[in-house]
Structure formats: C-alpha cells, structure tokens
Design a protein around this ligand. Structure first.
Ligand SMILES: Cc1cc2nc3c(=O)[nH]c(=O)nc-3n(C[C@H](O)[C@H](O)[C@H](O)COP(=O)(O)OP(=O)(O)OC[C@H]3O[C@@H](n4cnc5c(N)ncnc54)[C@H](O)[C@@H]3O)c2cc1C
Length: 419
C-alpha cells in the first residue's frame, strides 16, 4: 500500500523531532518513520531501580544557549544548574592534587598545539610529545569527549567545537531522553518499528520503502547517524555516494555508560567524581550519586568504551569494579548492584556514540549537510558545523533541514495552486 505525504522524516531522534516541530505549523503533511520501537534515538532515559537514568545524552552542553533548555522550561521540566563535578577527584583518591594539576596542564598544552596542526597533518595525536607522562590521560579525556583516540581525530574539528562551546553544563533530572521524546508534537503522524529500507526517485519525488509498505513523498529529511548512512541498511540512489562518503569520514566514536546502585550512603558524598586510573587510556570515569541518588554512573570513552563491543558487558563491568576497588578498597564490591548499561556500538540503528571527523576531513560536515536535488535534506548531529556530537546540534540541524524542505517545496505548492 502506498501513502502520499509531502515530507517524510526518517529517524525519531533529536534531529527528527526538531524537524517535526518545525513542520507542524508549515501546512505540509508529514510522516515520521522510526526504525526502533521508541522515540529519542541516542536520547534514551531508562527507569532503573526507580531512577531516570540516561543511557545516551545526559548533559545540556552549552546550556545557556542550548535550545533544549528553553523547551524544557516551557514544558515544565526542572533544570539542575549546578556545576558538573567532572573537574574534581573525590578526596583526591589515587590522583593527588599535584598530579591533577600536572595532568590538566598537559591537556592544556596539547590543546594549545592543535591550531598549528590544522594546515599540516590535522591529526590531533601529533600534538602529543612521544612518551610524555600524561599522554594516557589526554588520550582518555579525548575518548570521553570525542569517542576516539587523538590519532583518529581532526584537530580542526576539535577546535571548531571548542571555540563555540560555552562550557555551561546543566541537567534535566527527569532525563534528557525523556525531554527529547516528550517534545514531539502530539499530532505528529509517527510510525515506530518502521525501518526505511530503500529510498529511490519516484516521478518528481521519492519512493520510500519500509517492511510495511511504500510511502511516496515530495521530499525526505534523513536524520540517521553517520554509521547508518555509510552502512548498507538503507539503499539510496548512487548519486548520493558523495554524502555516504562524507558520512564515512565522520564515523561515530565509542562512548558507553554502566550504572550501579550503591548501598551505604556514607561511602561517597553526593555529586562527586572519580577518574579510575589517570595513567591508563582505558580508565573509567565515575559520576557518584548524581542528584543525591544511590547510583554511580560510570562512563567509558574511546579505548574503555570499545571493551563493551569487543569483549562484552561483563568485561566492562569487571574493569569498572576493579578500578573502583583500587581506589576505595575491596569492601565496595558488596555495596554495588549492577543496574544497566548501554551498548550503542552494537546497536544496528545507531552504531556508536557521536561523530568525530577523521584527520583532514572536518569539511565533510558541510558536504553532509547539503541537500540533494531539493528532495533529500540531511540532518543529525554530524551535519552541524560546530555543535556536532550533541543533542542541541542535532536539534538545530533538524530545524535547518525542515526550513530547507519548506523552502524547496513552496514553489511547487504555488505551481500546483496555479493549476
Ligand atoms: C553515551 C552517550 C553520551 C552522550 N552524552 C551527551 C550529552 O551529555 N549531551 C549531548 O548533548 N549529547 C550527548 N550525546 C550525543 C547525543 O545523544 C546525540 O548527538 C544526539 O542524540 C543525536 O541525535 P540525532 O537525531 O542526530 O541522531 P539519533 O539520535 O541517532 O537519531 C536517529 C534515529 O534514526 C533511527 N534510524 C536509524 N536507521 C533508520 C532507518 N533505516 N529507518 C528509520 N529510522 C532509522 C534511529 O533508530 C534513531 O532513532 C551522547 C551520546 C552517547 C551515545
């Protein structure tokens, strides 16, 4: 059975939801096609032991200019504006104050060297002095923020994000994923569990094939992740190969989260933080008792996150517990209860955490954000020039793509009105 709509939105994450919000008042008919059985994509809050825990995005980065902040306020979501505890090491455990200063200095020196690489190798790893003491720390921090090691990262890309970021980080206690999925206008025509398999040209528009039928649309907004776009799950016209190539040089890095419930309020103070082993590129990062809850959110990034996909969740939990034991003693083991974990890299519909340009390829974001023949418009975090890798970058890209689609379809609409 074929359905006819003006604009099909492929993907119901932050970018797709933003596009649906913009199109709601446009007068064009829309349909949202989402492969999984839930909305939100990489924004996913799960209720674990009664706590709304974010498996994907959790922080309103650049919160003072983040569109989700205003959306949350308007919708009555509470916002926690306290400063993140990331910069501190609880009781300086395993990481003395002197070591912390030295590690931070090394990180700053590395960042200051990046501009000179842009016109050379553009490989952020080339700014590390071989064998320097804090290289593993810089490597690990790079993994947490970008999902990859410095050798796999474009210095220009890193600097573009850094220059635009306001470094204000707030949270939505009800969950960022909850906020994102609750923000889809209720009148939106959504089909969950409906993966798009083929997009092909059909007259002046598109035929979009799903397992439950074909949709004929004048235009589509494609919001899938770069790994999905570069992969084989959606069959696209071959003239879209340049977009797929751009996606392939903006691959998703690895970032995962493990959650523990912690017994015994006195073991750790609320809203504190620990780095597991600052000398290990596979260090874990623990956000302890967020909002005062009896929970530890353990983040894995880069090398440590790849353990989830390559060795499995048991190995990842073992590493997280082992590093914590080294810091606070073996008594902690009996106080921890595993609550849940993400596995983004193994999720076929996402395939990793967030995009990071390979050295020499930061311009690919611009290529990826171009429209194709006024019929396919690209959105998603990776298409943003500087807020890539975030939920607010995804949001802005969805608005941009929706505006482009409206602009492209308006003349056609006028032509058909004139007869
Ligand atoms: C562990 C982790 C922590 C993060 N932390 C933060 C943070 O603190 N702050 C922040 O701002 N960002 C963070 N991010 C990044 C943020 O979550 C993403 O950048 C953002 O959510 C991406 O939104 P999107 O709409 O571009 O893509 P997605 O959320 O990936 O949406 C794309 C949608 O397309 C669907 N899809 C795929 N294939 C098909 C198909 N064939 N047919 C139909 N639908 C399809 C997918 O199921 C998905 O729902 C984090 C991400 C991870 C993984």
């Amino acid at each position: 059975m074929a359905t006819d709509v003006d604009i099909a939105i492929v993907g119901g994450g932050a970018a797709g939801i933003a596009a649906a919000r913009r199109l709601a008042a446009s007068g064009f008919s829309t349909i949202m096609l989402e492969a999984s059985s839930r909305l939100g994509g990489r924004g996913w809050t799960q209720e674990l032991a009664g706590f709304p825990l974010d498996l994907g995005c959790g922080w309103l980065h650049s919160a003072d200019r983040n569109p989700w902040t205003g959306i949350a306020e308007q919708a009555g979501f509470a916002i926690d504006r306290r400063e993140a505890a990331w910069g501190s090491q609880y009781a300086n455990l395993g990481f003395s104050a002197e070591q912390q200063s030295a590690a931070r200095r090394a990180l700053n020196v590395w960042e200051q060297q990046l501009p000179r690489l842009v016109s050379r190798s553009d490989r952020a790893g080339d700014a590390l002095l071989p064998g320097a003491e804090w290289n593993p720390y810089v490597h690990a921090i790079c993994g947490f923020s970008n999902g990859v090691a410095p050798d796999r990262m474009s210095a220009a890309d890193y600097l573009a994000y850094d220059a635009a970021c306001s470094y204000r980080n707030w949270r939505v206690p009800a969950g960022y994923g909850t906020l994102i999925s609750a923000s889809l206008p209720s009148a939106t025509n959504v089909r969950l569990a409906t993966p798009v398999e083929v997009i092909s040209e059909h007259r002046n528009g598109l035929a979009i094939t799903t397992p439950t039928g074909t949709i004929h649309a004048a235009a589509a907004i494609l919001t899938v992740s770069t790994n999905v776009l570069a992969g084989a799950s959606i069959d696209l016209p071959s003239s879209l190969d340049p977009w797929r190539h751009a996606a392939s040089v903006l691959p998703l890095g690895s970032d995962e989260k493990l959650f523990f419930q912690i017994d015994g309020e006195t073991l750790f103070a609320p809203e504190t933080h620990l780095i597991g082993d600052p000398y290990d590129t596979r260090t874990c990062d623990y956000y302890i008792r967020p909002f005062g809850w009896p929970v530890i959110e353990c983040s894995l990034g880069g090398d440590s996150a790849r353990i989830v996909a390559e060795e499995g969740l048991v190995a990842a939990f073992d590493l997280a517990i082992e590093q914590l034991i080294k810091l606070v003693g073996s008594g902690v083991r009996s106080k921890l209860r595993v609550l849940g974990a993400s596995n983004w890299s193994r999720s076929d519909r996402i395939g990793g955490a967030y995009s990071c340009a390979l050295p020499g390829h930061s311009q690919a974001r611009q290529i990826l954000s171009r429209s194709w023949e006024g019929r396919i418009f690209f959105a998603g975090e990776a298409t943003h020039g500087h807020d890539f890798s975030t939920a607010h970058g995804a949001y802005d890209s969805g608005l941009r793509a929706a505006d482009e689609a409206i602009e492209a379809l308006r003349p056609q609409e006028l032509r058909s009105l004139r007869g």
